[in-house]
Ligand binder design. Structure first.
Ligand code: SUG
Length: 446
């Protein structure tokens, strides 16, 4: 049976702003409280989807969540009308208002971990929405994420959904941003590589000291159990604490995989040689390509600022080699661009490089790979999902028109205090549920 990788990109929401909310994410801190451009951000995201489709790939979309998330503000003691809640929060706790306004669910690589049916004992595709418990503004995403994934992948004959892991620091889970899968074909059994930053219950011999290690080993292990993975086909590896302290807050800032190829920075993992040997042994006699980028060619700083590894490594149906879809920032960084030229002259599966402009997202630390959730599906699973969430050119046009109609060109930090922004956002989202025929999906619609 044919099988595919479908990338589900986050549609960037109308309240995209720079809150400076993520400790350890250098771009988020650097751009804190600067003016954002929500319309441009969403159009950049849609253009990326359009571009990937033009490469012959299957493209899906995940919807923005309700922001401001008034249920969270109510849970924190603000009461009264929507307008009054926003006014109280902006006067007494602007940091909470900013968290509840963040459009961070756009980074769908963090929305869930997904295991394809070929790897799971029950032959189903497994989903666990990430609890994102490390950062408050992200910890409010998982309820709506789980609800949306259940609505898209509804057929229980093919899809199995798990509740997010228990909240709290022990099972802190950041989803697919710390998860890679290697296989010869999307629909054939593969090896899943789970990357964690720290142990929650065992003593840590090495751990990042400056910035938080968001993913725990125990969270990754729990997901591998929930997804019914073969213990002989999973590898757990620790992300190098130095690289977390250099600003790589997720593993997808320093590595990316597709099919039988892993593209990684030399310093991405603790005990990298052992990890690679384990990966090769687990992969068996099949061919596995590990492309390791030396620090001498791309420093940690350049890896983090250019987001070289936060690219999408994809296999176009019409070509033998793979294409690396990178952020424009990688082209602009001289050292990184020189490395990319040398990569193309080497004998590796990567034969082509392409660049996309997702600068609005990049300024919050989210590159092309952060904006997408990979879901490997076979033909019958593809037929079973809610096809409204698969993008074709007509849907892209509809969504671009919707963005043009509802989004602001600019958002200043003070605009969050203005209740009319909430109304505009809800009006836009209400229309979106009609486009996707979702019924009453958002909290404000109930
Ligand atoms: O969790 N930024 C996100 C970026 C997520 C990138 N995702 C992956 N690497 N997969 C984060 O740090 C910044 C929000 C703000 O500051 O307004 C933010 O949440």
């Amino acid at each position: 049976m044919l099988s595919y990788e479908v990338n589900f990109d986050g549609l960037i929401g109308p309240t995209h702003n720079y809150g400076g909310l993520s400790n350890g994410n250098i771009a988020s801190k650097r751009n804190a409280l600067t003016v954002s451009h929500p319309k441009q951000a969403a159009l950049q995201g849609l253009k990326k989807m359009y571009f990937l489709r033009s490469l012959g790939l299957k493209q899906g979309v995940l919807l923005p969540q309700q922001r401001p998330h008034l249920p969270s503000l109510r849970a924190l003691g603000f009461s009264g009308s929507d307008k009054s809640i926003i006014e109280q929060a902006s006067n007494t706790a602007p940091e909470l208002l900013a968290c509840c306004y963040s459009a961070s669910c756009m980074w769908t690589a963090n929305s869930a971990t997904v295991s394809p049916s070929a790897d799971s004992a029950d032959g189903k595709v497994h989903f666990t929405a990430a609890n994102l418990s490390n950062m408050f503004h992200r910890s409010i995403e998982h309820g709506s994420t789980a609800q949306l994934l259940r609505a898209i992948f509804a057929d229980p004959a093919h899809f199995s959904h798990h509740n997010p892991l228990p909240s709290g620091s022990h099972f802190s889970d950041e989803g697919a941003a710390n998860h890679n899968r290697l296989s010869q074909e999307y629909g054939k059994p593969g090896v899943q590589l789970f990357v964690y930053g720290r142990y929650a219950f065992r003593p840590n011999t090495r751990m990042a000291s400056k910035f938080p290690s968001r993913q725990t080993y125990e969270a990754s292990l729990a997901i591998s159990r929930l997804h019914q993975l073969d213990a002989n086909a999973v590898v757990f590896a620790q992300q190098n604490p130095n690289i977390i302290d250099a600003g790589a807050f997720h593993n997808d800032v320093v590595s990316v995989s597709n099919l039988n190829t892993l593209f990684m920075h030399e310093e991405a993992f603790v005990e990298s040689t052992t990890m690679q040997a384990q990966l090769k042994a687990t992969f068996g006699s099949q061919e596995l390509h590990i492309i390791e980028v030396p620090t001498a060619q791309v420093s940690l700083e350049n890896a983090v600022t250019s987001y070289l590894f936060n690219s999408q490594l994809v296999k176009r149906p019409d070509q033998d080699g793979m294409t690396l879809v990178l952020p424009e920032e990688s082209r602009e960084n001289e050292r990184v661009f020189a490395y990319l030229q040398s990569l193309l002259s080497q004998d590796t599966p990567i034969k082509d490089i392409q660049f996309v402009d997702v600068r609005q997202s990049m300024q919050n630390g989210g590159g092309p790979a952060c904006l997408r959730l990979r879901v490997a599906l076979n033909e019958s699973e593809l037929q079973a999902l809610n096809s409204r969430f698969l993008i074709d050119d007509e849907r892209l046009r509809t969504l671009s028109n919707w963005v043009e109609k509802h989004y602001r060109d600019e958002l200043h930090p003070n605009d969050l205090a203005d209740p009319s922004l909430a109304n505009e956002s809800f009006t836009a989202l209400d229309e979106l549920t009609q486009i996707f025929d979702l019924g009453s999906f958002y909290e404000f619609q109930k």
